[in-house]
Design a binder for this molecule. Structure first.
Ligand code: ATP
Ligand code: ZN
Length: 304
């Protein structure tokens, strides 16, 4: 039997993630990289945490903000677009902001954009006055229009927003865009960005006051470690002492050049932890500046 889902003082953390869809797999991979593992349940809704008392609830992404707000889940991994939209809806009916964005997670990147028929000339925001805009994000869109003094009708649709102009139910759309292929396939072009979105870790607005506090701290620390190392590489090389200043200038995204202990004579053995992308071009520049025997190593885990 699944444990009770009612909010209460709990000793285990519960994280809501998308059951299936764009964010499902990367969310699980990220949590696994934080050292979490689970036993799958037969109903595939609840996964019992084995390595730590952290359980997963697999749900539709739309349900995640509400689950956190109601205290059914402690954390959730969800798109900023969904979080902001539901925050707007809650504010509109006078509900308190019961959750907040804790960390951007660097996947599920997309933009909430206005897109108009390809045949239109884009002349700026004033062109929107009096038009009908189809969207699944009415709250974000209304706020955006209001802030700019634009009087346009918001047509709320739950899906297939991109065909609304063709069907005649709206003049233009406001929808999520990543590659832009869906827009192009529907003879639409993006013109304005309302929101830069990505998957985020969301949590309650209030701090925990029970056993979950320590667990939540540990999880956030591990998550920060994983996120920081995502693009990080350890560079190792040898160089003559007089080339070190020039090499340091090429490594401004690193935590600094570290000299490894070694003999007094000959080239120094050096290493640098780089947090930016290490391309071939960068390696060649370092080589020209005096780095010899360059090695680029992936970093799996690190603890400050
Ligand atoms: P569910 O069944 O969970 O309700 P869904 O169909 O609403 O799934 P997905 O299409 O899997 O959700 O999208 C989940 C999230 O992925 C979006 O809310 C958004 O944050 C992000 N995303 C990234 N790129 C895109 C894109 N091109 N279109 C839509 N969402 C995108
Ligand atoms: Zn959804």
């Amino acid at each position: 039997m699944s444990p009770s889902l009612t909010p209460a003082t709990r000793e285990r953390l519960r994280i809501a993630i998308q059951k299936s869809g764009r964010l499902a797999e990367p969310a699980r991979t990220l949590l696994a990289a934080c050292g979490l593992s689970w036993r799958e349940s037969r109903d595939k809704l609840f996964c019992y945490g084995e390595s730590l008392p952290v359980d997963l609830l697999l749900v539709r992404d739309d349900d995640i903000p509400g689950l956190i707000a109601d205290g059914v889940c402690d954390f959730g991994i969800v798109g900023r677009n969904e979080l902001d939209e539901q925050a707007g809806e809650r504010a509109l009916i006078g509900l308190p902001q019961a959750y907040r964005e804790l960390r951007p997670l660097g996947f599920g990147n997309c933009r909430l954009m206005l897109a108009i028929p390809e045949s239109w000339e884009w002349e700026g925001l004033q062109q929107l006055q009096g038009l009908r805009i189809a969207t699944s994000y009415p709250s974000v869109l209304r706020q955006w229009l209001q802030a700019r003094g634009i009087d346009a009708a918001v047509v709320e649709l739950s899906g297939s927003v991109e065909i609304a102009p063709k069907l005649g139910t709206a003049d233009l759309i406001c929808d999520l865009v990543s590659s832009g292929a869906t827009l192009a396939a529907n003879q639409l072009k993006p013109v304005e960005t309302l929101l830069e979105s990505e998957a985020v870790l969301a949590g309650p607005a209030r701090e925990f006051d029970d056993a979950r506090a320590g667990l939540a701290d540990m999880l956030l620390r591990r998550l920060d470690g994983v996120l920081k190392l995502k693009d990080s590489k350890l560079l190792m090389f040898r160089a003559e002492r007089e080339t070190v200043p020039a090499l340091s200038r090429l490594l401004t995204d690193s935590e600094g050049l570290v000299t490894l202990p070694g003999g007094e004579d000959g080239p120094l053995s050096l290493q640098a932890m780089c947090h930016g992308v290490v391309t071939w071009q960068r390696l060649e520049e370092l080589q020209r500046a005096g780095a010899q025997g360059l090695m680029v190593l992936s970093v799996e885990r690190s603890l400050a």
